[in-house]
Design a protein around this ligand. Structure first.
Ligand SMILES: Cc1cc2nc3c(=O)[nH]c(=O)nc-3n(C[C@H](O)[C@H](O)[C@H](O)COP(=O)(O)OP(=O)(O)OC[C@H]3O[C@@H](n4cnc5c(N)ncnc54)[C@H](O)[C@@H]3O)c2cc1C
Length: 509
């Protein structure tokens, strides 16, 4: 790939990266390694990098795809201790990578970007920031903004639990000071975080009251240790690591079929449903409990969980599984619509994230003073989740319609970062002050997503964070990772309008 690395006058654009999770880190590394671009700053509101893997420290937190594919392709880790690594290990991997590429020195920690606005006359973004430590505020001008603010970051906390008069916390903000031993704990929610938390705490607590609105599809997961022998092979024997990486990757790509509702994929779907059914039947011997844990929607409509210790945990004597809705919370008592009441010592809210709040109101003011949150509403209009017609020189990593239900999102992050790098390189090569995806290219992508989603299980009836209130799938990419890469393997100037440096009127290439 022949990338242009500076403008003709030898300068490079100023880039502001928002967020220091995997997305922000990858964007920084790609700018450094592919463009040798040093004129960038990362703003991170937390005091450490890592994003998801810094904030989610709940017991049992781990990735649910094999670690060998949950790592940067350019930074293989030969030291994973388990097939599905835990939070601490993933976070340590992120820190190691950040140190290797000297990213720490580029990050302004505990500094939140509160608002960004595009100034057409300057052909630049102006970013407002605030220090979370000192309250100091300031502004920064940037030619390009790369947003890696993360889709699963803002906790979804139902209002009804405000009245609870005991300790309560969301899984992404685990209260490590609270001693669970001998306590009555309520876990609210049955998504993938709950499925990891419950087995990790069940033996510590006196009683676990588990509240499930809708059962989750669960398939078995073996999580063998990676022995010293395998680590040696991965590290020193050529191609072994590469082959295992490819096997895991293509195996995951093949699972896309279970999310398709087309006739040709019926066998894959039925087979996976059978595996899930047999797993449930084998592990839950109590008929009544099994009935409660049987999903009433199509497999894959919500995220499929992988666990071999979730059902055994729920089958323990100190666990009660409730399927009735919580209608009242007073003091430390939860009342359900079946009339039952439970008094508990603490609440664990495994209630997921506000994925549909893509951008907060007033956070991004784009071209023609357009507030992106209003322009998008609950139906973001983007070009492969990466760019939007309202915001020139802005790239989203893991933006709308680029999250996955079947494979590692790190592949998507790398692909989007590569596209942003190609776009910045194009700006320098053609001496452009701004580029902006055309409304037509963005609309075509949106129309295609709508059409393709019709053949996918995510569009069937269920409540999930993949879709908005109008039942449109706004979070997920509809196809394989390889397909996403294929579409974005080269920069397509015909899909962008541009402004040459020193001119103000937009022209079409
Ligand atoms: C518990 C859990 C398990 C997961 N497991 C998997 C898995 O197994 N496989 C998989 O593919 N995906 C998984 N995911 C999805 C996961 O979110 C992504 O894989 C990945 O970590 C996202 O990285 P990111 O950098 O895009 O976002 P994040 O990791 O969320 O990072 C975003 C960063 O941006 C910062 N930020 C946000 N707004 C601002 C602002 N205004 N100013 C400054 N900084 C800001 C945040 O503080 C954060 O550090 C999981 C998610 C969760 C929550």
């Amino acid at each position: 790939m022949g990338l242009t690395k500076t403008y003709k006058d030898g300068t490079t654009p100023t880039v502001c990266i928002i967020g220091a999770g995997f997305s922000g880190m990858c964007a920084a590394i790609r700018l450094q390694t592919q463009l040798n671009l040093k004129t960038y700053t990362i703003f991170e509101l937390e005091p450490e990098l890592g994003g998801t893997w810094w904030s989610n420290t709940y017991p049992g937190c781990a990735c649910d795809v094999q670690s060998i594919i949950y790592q940067f392709s350019f930074e293989p880790n030969y030291e994973w201790t388990k097939t599905f690594a835990g939070q601490q290990e993933i976070w340590e991997y992120q820190r190691r990578v950040a140190k290797k590429y000297n990213i720490y020195e580029k990050i302004r920690f505990s500094t939140e970007i509160t608002r960004i606005e595009w100034y057409e006359s300057l052909q630049q973004w102006v970013l407002d920031w605030i220090s979370r430590l000192t309250g100091e505020t300031g502004q920064m001008q940037a030619d390009v903004v790369i947003s890696g603010t993360g889709p699963l970051r803002l906790p979804q906390i139902p209002k009804q639990f405000d009245n609870f008069e005991g300790p309560k916390w969301h899984t992404s903000q685990w209260n490590h000071d609270f001693d669970l031993a001998n306590k009555r704990i309520a876990v609210i929610g049955s998504g993938t975080s709950a499925i990891q938390v419950v087995p990790a705490i069940v033996d510590k607590v006196k009683k676990l009251e588990f509240y499930q609105r809708s059962a989750t599809w669960v398939i078995p997961r073996d999580n063998p240790k990676i022995t010293a022998f395998w680590k040696f092979l991965f590290k020193y024997v050529p191609f072994v690591h590469f082959i295992f990486f490819k096997l895991a990757y293509w195996n995951r790509e093949a699972t896309l079929r279970i999310f398709s509702t087309k006739w040709r994929d019926v066998f894959s779907r039925r087979f996976t449903m059978f595996v899930a059914w047999a797993h449930r039947y084998w592990q839950v011997r109590d008929n009544q409990l099994r009935k409660k844990l049987t999903p009433d929607y199509a497999l894959g409509c919500r995220r499929v969980a992988v666990s071999s210790d979730y059902y055994p945990a729920l089958s323990k004597k100190n666990v009660n599984v409730h399927t009735a809705a919580i209608v009242d919370v007073k003091g430390k008592t939860l009342t359900l619509n079946d009339g039952s009441k439970q008094e508990v010592d603490a609440l664990v809210l495994a209630t997921g994230f506000r994925v549909q709040d893509f951008v907060a109101e007033g956070f991004v003011i784009g071209k023609n003073k357009c507030d992106l949150s209003k322009a998008w509403g609950q139906a973001p209009k983007t070009y492969y989740g990466i760019a939007t017609a309202e915001a020139p020189n802005m790239f989203f990593i893991l933006g709308p319609n680029s999250v996955l239900g079947h494979n590692s999102v790190l592949f998507m992050i790398e692909t989007a970062c590569d596209y942003a790098v190609m776009a910045i390189s194009h700006m320098m090569e053609k001496n452009l002050s701004s580029i902006q995806v055309t409304p037509k290219a963005s609309k075509d992508f949106g129309d295609e997503v709508k059409e393709k989603m019709k053949g996918m299980v995510w569009s069937t009836k269920c409540t999930s964070w993949y879709k908005n209130e109008q039942d449109e799938i706004t979070a997920l990419w509809w196809s394989s990772c390889t397909h996403y890469w294929w579409r974005l393997r080269k920069f397509r100037p015909q899909h962008f309008s541009v402004v040459p440096r020193s001119k103000s009127a937009a022209v079409h290439m």
